[in-house]
Design a protein around this ligand. Structure first.
Ligand SMILES: Cc1cc2nc3c(=O)[nH]c(=O)nc-3n(C[C@H](O)[C@H](O)[C@H](O)COP(=O)(O)OP(=O)(O)OC[C@H]3O[C@@H](n4cnc5c(N)ncnc54)[C@H](O)[C@@H]3O)c2cc1C
Length: 375
């Protein structure tokens, strides 16, 4: 969000100081893997009957909101109706490839745009920062990375309702500075990594504190705290979504930060199985439904199984996860049973093999028939 806002401002002739607390730009945006959701008016077979209203309805459903709900409803409509312009702007203003459009979880049609073979977040941040950094030479961009904003400067005593005049920030050496500007924009992301006892997560969703996160360490809700410190009010702070799939690293089973197994991995055809080898959910259901189904099984680990075609479709994603040792190549139901027998709560390989065989055959038969999936 910060990079896009910066580029838009620079393009309009403004001067921008971009303050980033990490050494590298990109935040969680650089971690995104599955794609950008957008309704586009260009029709292909995969979304011939899609409408903007359907995109709004699906988004509201995933957000567990009625589309007409006050602030959230209007925000969903705004984001959905401007999504095509956002995609077109990205394509026109950067070199990013967004040629692949897939139907992923929670969507009634194909709407998730990603590069034909690459990770959306890394490619997006690379493309945006390349354009943004071109403005450094002319002096209209001042980039201050490794600088953490600590306070909003105000016209009048701190906490009063004075106009924001800029920010105070600490540089990498810990020295404090002030930067004044006509306008100040906060784009500091979410707070899933804010884990202390007085954290925003503990305050608004204490029930989620025991779940691991796929967010970076930087996601500590700084912008919300900075704004609240000067009297801003907040909405929807309890709307923290649990993603159904994160990789369990055999080298660190209970790591509190995990690599996301992106939505795309189910979108290409990945099947979710319990450690006992049974399917239990429609993998493309909205995330809250998939998470609820996972929790209802009582298992703590699940297998995501991609056949050769799905793995090929996942392209670089599957290659990367395999290289990291998070995804393993197995041959046939017996190979899968051998792998799954090592999971927590799994049956032994001899019990699993015939069960997996019949589960996968049943799924293939349903897929070939084009319907009738029990989930
Ligand atoms: C693993 C993962 C995969 C995802 N995949 C997808 C996907 O495929 N599609 C999708 O639409 N969404 C995806 N998301 C969600 C998406 O990445 C986020 O919604 C999005 O990145 C939020 O963008 P942002 O600009 O608000 O925050 P970020 O991209 O996190 O940017 C915030 C920046 O602010 C900086 N910052 C924070 N506090 C301060 C401070 N005090 N001073 C200075 N700088 C500060 C941070 O370091 C960071 O660089 C994914 C999220 C994760 C974690």
């Amino acid at each position: 969000a910060g990079l896009t806002a910066t580029l838009r401002l620079l393009d309009s002739g403004a001067s921008v100081m971009l303050v980033e607390k990490e050494k590298r730009l990109g935040g969680n945006s650089a971690k995104a893997s599955s794609g950008i959701n957008a309704w586009t008016s260009t029709r292909t077979e995969a979304h011939a009957n899609d409408t903007l209203a359907s995109f709004v309805a699906d988004t509201a459903k995933s957000a567990l909101r009625d589309a007409g709900f006050s602030h959230t409803g209007s925000m969903i409509e705004l984001l959905a109706s401007r999504s095509e312009a956002a995609i077109e702007w990205l394509k026109a203003r950067t070199t990013i490839d967004l040629s692949k459009v897939a139907q992923l979880g929670g969507h009634s049609f194909a709407r998730t745009h990603r590069p034909s073979n690459g990770m959306i977040g890394a490619e997006l941040v690379f493309a945006l920062q390349k354009e943004v950094k071109r403005f450094e030479a002319s002096g209209s961009l001042r980039l201050c990375s490794g600088c953490r904003v600590t306070r909003l400067l105000q016209d009048g005593p701190e906490g009063a309702e004075g106009a924001v005049l800029g920010v105070a920030y600490a540089d990498a050496a810990g020295d404090e500075h002030e930067a004044r500007a006509a306008d100040t924009m906060l784009a500091t992301g979410g707070f899933a990594s804010d884990r202390s006892s007085a954290s925003l997560l503990a305050t608004h969703r204490p029930d989620l504190l025991h779940f691991p996160t796929t967010n970076g360490d930087w996601a500590t809700g700084d912008g919300m705290k900075l704004a609240m410190n000067i009297g801003a009010s907040t909405v929807d702070m309890d709307r923290v979504q649990i993603h159904p799939t994160g990789f369990v690293d055999a080298k660190d089973l209970d790591a509190s930060t995990k690599v996301l197994c992106g939505e795309m991995m189910r979108g290409v055809g990945g099947l979710l199985l319990t450690p006992n080898g049974t399917r239990f959910v429609n993998e493309l259901a909205p995330r809250d439904k998939v998470v609820a189904a996972e929790l209802a099984t009582g298992a703590t680990e699940f297998a995501i199984v991609l056949n050769a075609a799905a793995s090929k479709e996942a392209g670089k994603h599957a290659e990367l996860y395999e290289r990291k040792g998070l995804l393993s190549r197995v041959v046939g139901a017996a190979g899968l049973a051998g792998y799954m027998a090592g999971m927590r709560g799994a049956a032994d390989a001899a019990t699993l093999a015939p069960r997996l065989s019949s589960e996968l055959e049943a799924y293939s038969a349903t897929a070939a028939a084009g319907g009738g999936d029990p989930w």
